[in-house]
Ligand binder design. Structure first.
Ligand code: 5AD
Ligand code: SF4
Length: 474
């Protein structure tokens, strides 16, 4: 049994992380024969991509995927810690699985992901969720076959829990079962060293570790060969790419080399404004296949709150970068994340956020109420704002940002945009896809041959969260 410990999770050793190749032991290949699995994923794209690795590893063991968790032999929850509601969802699901296990005693239940990396949660699982079969964390995902072999071969009834406090080596070549046939996620950097005071990620995901450029480029090149149209370069803070590696090859160099592979679309997320260099802006402007869409979390428009958040920039710094991006990259869309109700946020602080939003008129914004994360510095700050006020601020902010989504979308009416067609709409009345500026668009066509292709679409109507359009004749 190994449990996480924040004292170690916080440490940032200077030594460079070593690289290792995923080792697959053939003797495990029948562990899951005639058994099904269901992986439930909570949280961000990192977790979604981890689940793509987890699914492929389970299939190597002989398991097959089952869409309905009620019918699966193994249910694995890949959890998220970012806010309390993500926690509550996973614990709610665990409650349902406990009932299910009462009628299906052979059901295997596992928990992995960020919640498993939390000191408090891991302890709670050991004491109150003994019926769970196995738990592993984000640092030992590649060990899933070994952990499962212990659970299945030794038929142990004890909870098998293996969570490491510190990141180990960087593991390459973990198999992957991609959820989408045209858009792929590629990790470029793991972890985060920014330690924003509200955020649990640096504890659950460890220190910043960049993958070698050769490994990233080889992966993208093989995606090109397989016909993928879009790649998202993933990291909690992608702009720190390369800083932990010897030499001077950074995000701007990687972006350029990825663009040169010829993949039709390159997107990347998430960018911390602190590490966003002029060179990056220039590279994005230069290569037409780097999507003109940037996720640039601002978090607050108040300098006082930004300082308390440990964000390392002022509202003025953010605006300077914002305008530089807007000026140099034609058609660019900028999306953001905003937290309201940070401990001590006054009406004036909040008004500063509103002012910033009115100035930037973001194309998309993810807005959150501050959620106290045990172990982070902000969890110790006096949180004297009532939930009522937090809700009112969120409500007001959402109304404002939504108006700008519509205002920006309206500017596209009558224009022809480039769209990667993703599939048939849920209502079966047409197709849908995303523009190169990351806007959802419904297309007035049922031609299935267009799925997976990049086509020209004329925008006929703008709405708050989507556009309507019709295919332009070639
Ligand atoms: N409370 C509320 N929102 C948070 N985020 C991160 N931590 C917290 C927290 N403790 C938000 C930030 C971040 C996004 C992924 O989640 O806005 O950019
Ligand atoms: Fe969290 Fe800040 Fe790192 Fe983003 S940059 S993952 S908000 S600590």
């Amino acid at each position: 049994m190994n449990l996480p410990d924040y004292k170690h999770a916080k440490s940032r050793g200077k030594e460079q992380v070593k690289k290792e190749s995923y080792i697959y032991n053939d003797s495990y290949s029948t562990l899951g024969l005639n058994k099904t699995y269901h992986v439930k994923t909570y949280g961000c794209q990192m977790n979604e991509h981890d689940s793509e690795n987890i699914k492929a590893m389970l299939e190597q063991l002989g398991f097959t995927e089952e869409d309905n968790y009620l019918k699966a032999d193994l249910v694995l929850l890949n959890t998220c810690s970012i806010r309390e509601n993500a926690h509550n969802k996973a614990f709610g699901m665990l409650g349902r699985l406990k009932h299910l296990k009462e009628t299906k005693p052979d059901l295997l239940v596992g928990v992995c992901g960020c919640m498993a990396q939390e000191e408090g949660v891991a302890k709670e699982l050991v004491t109150k969720f003994k019926w769970v079969n196995f738990v592993f964390g984000t640092h030992n995902l590649d060990q899933l076959p070994v952990i499962l072999s212990r659970v299945l071969e030794e038929k142990t009834k004890e909870l098998e829990i293996e969570v490491l406090s510190e990141e180990g080596n960087l593991i390459e070549n973990i198999p992957v079962k991609r959820a989408n046939k045209f858009r792929a996620f590629v990790n470029i950097i793991y972890g985060c060293d920014k330690f924003c005071t509200y955020c649990i990620v640096p504890y659950t995901r460890g220190k910043e570790r960049s993958r070698a450029k050769e490994d990233i480029l080889t992966e993208v090149e093989s995606l090109v060969k397989e016909g993928y149209q879009e790649v998202t370069l993933l990291g909690q803070n992608v702009n720190a790419y390369g800083k932990d590696l010897p030499g001077s090859y950074y995000m701007e160099n990687l972006l350029e080399d990825v663009a040169k592979t010829g993949i039709p679309r390159v997107y990347f997320m998430t960018s911390h404004p602190w590490d966003f260099t002029d060179n990056m802006v220039n590279v994005i402007a230069k290569f037409p296949n780097i999507m003109p869409s940037i996720h640039l979390p601002v978090q607050s428009g108040s300098n006082r709150i930004l300082k308390l958040m440990g964000r390392r920039y002022t509202k003025e710094d953010y605006l300077t970068l914002f305008y530089k991006i807007k000026e140099k990259i034609p058609r660019v869309t900028i999306s953001t994340d905003i937290i309201v109700g940070f401990p001590g946020e006054t009406d004036e602080d909040f008004e500063n956020t509103v002012d910033l939003v009115n100035e930037c008129k973001f194309d998309n914004a993810f807005t959150f109420i501050f959620s106290k994360r045990e172990g982070t510095p902000a969890a110790k700050m006096v949180d004297n704002i009532s939930l009522d006020i937090k809700n009112q601020r969120l409500y007001r902010l959402n109304k404002i940002v939504n108006n700008y989504f519509l205002e920006n979308n309206k500017k596209l009416e009558g224009q022809t945009v480039s769209v990667l067609v993703e599939g048939i709409r849920a209502n079966k009345l047409g197709l849908y896809g995303y523009t190169d500026t990351k806007k959802l668009i419904n297309i007035d066509s049922l031609d299935k041959d267009l799925i997976g292709k990049i086509i020209s679409v004329e925008v006929t109507k703008a709405k708050t969260w989507s556009l309507d359009g019709k295919k332009v004749r070639d």
